[in-house]
Design a protein around this ligand. Structure first.
Ligand SMILES: *[C@@H]1O[C@H](CO)[C@@H](O)[C@H](O)[C@H]1NC(C)=O
Ligand SMILES: *[C@@H]1O[C@H](CO)[C@@H](O)[C@H](O)[C@H]1NC(C)=O
Ligand SMILES: *[C@@H]1O[C@H](CO)[C@@H](O)[C@H](O)[C@H]1NC(C)=O
Length: 241
């Protein structure tokens, strides 16, 4: 009788310990991903010194991440905020490994020395925000760079050396709230972004030309400073031109 009763308890305990060790295993797998990322970048000032093998990036699961620049909530790794750390390296090479972080929602590498072309972020499908401003990223961004990014709301690529057309896949990022592309070398026309939620668009200080698309007339904060040539003044906010 006693044995029969304790069987469900035993099963429950087995399940509990199995899920606990899965959490530990998942944390160590996350640590492994981040350490591989760290090995692919350059950290001349040792800002990522507390990223150490065998430890959990989110610590004991309460509050913020244990490792510098790692954002966690309830033990889940949600973001990397590696800002103004003097980091360098080719982001197109290193960002690929972050695909193995399923809960990643935000990436900020702003104010560093990262170089190379735009990293392939569309594989990080759960991202809500990407901040790459103030680096040395360059080259053309593929047309489909933001394809299928259904959660993406904030994109900041400002103050880099990007050139070529603004990728039209941005027009299909349905939840887009903020887009900063200012102070680059983008050329060609501004895509017709018709997202209703779009609040901030900054394309100032580029080599863009042509008409400001109708879809942008309702954007609360729109900056087109320095737009060259056949600029149409049909916009309702001439003060911002
Ligand atoms: C990263 O960009 C460089 C320069 O364009 C290129 O040579 C290299 O193949 C790229 N690597 C990856 C993994 O995309
Ligand atoms: C827009 O871009 C210009 C040029 O980079 C910058 O000076 C300005 O602060 C930006 N404003 C906003 C609100 O993004
Ligand atoms: C900006 O792009 C144009 C082509 O659109 C090119 O001729 C020019 O050299 C580029 N300038 C810089 C500073 O990269």
């Amino acid at each position: 009788m006693a044995a029969r009763r304790s069987l469900p308890l035993l099963v429950a305990l087995l399940f509990a310990s199995a899920s606990l060790s899965h959490t530990d295993a998942a944390s160590l797998a996350e640590a492994d991903v981040l350490l591989r990322f760290k090995r692919m970048i350059t950290d001349p000032n040792g800002k990522l010194g507390n990223w150490v093998a065998g430890e959990k990036p989110c610590g004991d699961g309460k509050g913020k991440g244990k490792w510098d620049g790692v954002i966690c909530s309830d033990g889940n790794l949600h973001g990397l905020q590696l800002e103004n750390m003097g980091l360098s390296g080719m982001l197109n090479v290193s960002v690929g490994v972050l695909r193995e972080l399923p809960d990643l929602r935000t990436l900020s590498f702003r104010d560093n020395q990262f170089s190379g072309p735009m990293p392939d972020v569309k594989n990080l499908a759960g991202l809500r925000s990407i901040y790459l401003s103030n680096n040395k990223l360059s080259g053309e961004i593929p047309e489909d760079a933001f394809q299928g990014m259904g959660s993406l709301k904030k994109v900041d690529l400002s103050h880099n050396d990007f050139s070529g057309p603004i990728p039209t896949s941005l027009a299909r990022v349905l939840k887009l709230l903020q887009l900063r592309l200012d102070d680059n070398n983008f050329s060609g026309a501004i895509p017709d972004l018709r997202q209703k939620e779009l609040q901030l668009l900054n394309v100032s200080h580029n080599e863009l030309e042509g008409k400001i698309p109708d879809g942008l007339k309702n954007v609360k904060e729109a900056f087109f400073d320095g737009l060259i040539s056949s600029l149409s003044l049909s916009l309702s906010k001439p003060c911002l031109l």
